[in-house]
Design a protein around this ligand. Sequence first.
Ligand code: FE
Ligand code: ZN
Length: 516
Amino acid sequence: MDTRVEKKKLSLRERYHLMTRGLGWEPTYQPTEKVFPFTAYEGIKIHDWDKWEDPFRLTMDAYWKYQGEKEKKLYAVIDAFAQNNGFLSLTDARYLNAIKIFIQGVTPLEYYAHRGFAFAGRHFRGEGLRVACQMQSLDELRHTQTELHSISVYNKFFNGFHNPLHWFDRVWYLSVPKSFFEDANSSGPFEFLTAISFSFEYVLTNLLFVPFMSGAAYNGDLSTVTFGFSAQSDESRHMTLGIECIKFMLEQDPDNVPIVQRWIDKWFWRGYRVLTLVGMMMDYMLPKRVMSWREAWEIYGEQNGGALFQDLGRYGIREPAGFRDACDGKDHISHQAWLTFYTYDPVAAFHTWVPSDAELDWLSAKYPESFDRYYRPRLLYLREQQAAGTPVANKNLPLLCNVCQIPMFFTEPGDPRRICYRESVYEGERYHFCSDHCKSIFDHEPEKYVQSWLPVHQIYQGNCFKPGTDPTAPGFDPIKAVLDYYEINNGRDNLWYDNSEDRRNFEAWTAEARGN
Ligand code: FE
Ligand code: ZN
């Protein structure tokens, strides 16, 4: 009889190593630079790819099992919510306009992230990094799907939900998130990770997820809350990828420090600008509010962000160039954005409104330094005009910042009565910017940003009409023609909440559900 030999059980670390690092090899038929053409051209120097450690040590089989279980729970809740007409217990149908912005402007970014991480996973060396990118790529595809499924329940009952992907590629305000992500996806793999994994996910993501998901919970949207929980556990992996990647680059070579710093300056500012939409949503769009944008910025931006950059000081990294100006904006950006959207609501696929008196008081309390002085009078004027049957609609198209693509409504740091304008001339053409930081992003890479697809320019050039439209025809209405090209149903998806079909329906349905 043979002696039984006890098989040595592999440690978690050894097992992970075999299932990940063992998958890489040195190419022999082709030179390495040809197989991995993007690892060097950004100027980042890596001496030892194996120094990349993935703290989660998740293998693919465990990943599928874990995600599959989460999926089962999520779909059980979504089904129950739909079958019980869960939307009837929302605080108010105004809330859904925040979710419209989410599905129009955020969900498509999840898909871009899916593609971006697939690209990064393909083009990095170092198996630890490649596996982490591959898993995140899968996570992001799953986020796209689960968001579409969680939110689709509302499409049956409300306007503004039926065409988000078509809108994402065309509608003016959606070019802000779209260009943000396309500019990241069209950079190299290291810059992409600095932009998305670090600047957005590690530094700024709490400002997106916490308000949206707590907002959903506060306002009775169980469907979106459950999606949020399901995505949150992926988020911790994504944030870790962000910080690990930064540390990896900084530890590999001191020459990487200035490159990484420039990327952090740029992507912090781009991410912050995109979050203007979230600020507006927190302060104006949630019938039951979670916290103000200012409070959220103080916790997640000033305190957490401040501590993080202090920590990165030992690598020679300082806080992002726009950090002080972002802090200065905390009293203003949400109000400025809401006022702009209100006056452009005829061309937006969601509704806006003037807050109620109680809500105006809440804003005064949250913004003691700015609200009563600069913003309440303007909102009261809008209310007055609306009551008189002449709601203020802006018929002129705004000048856009050539980098962040936001209309030029931001004010000078320290002077909220003066619009901030900057410009640069490049090859004889003049370009406009909303801030010093957008200008310096442009000045460093003009070739990239002269190509920006600016919605307003495109409209004026006649590129936003359906084929066959004749702008010289008598009685031609350019706004109607653009809405037609956008496929926004005029009078249903757009305009102000007070007279909307959404409001009429919601009030009728809830009255019926709550009455006898
Ligand atoms: Fe995601
Ligand atoms: Zn800008």
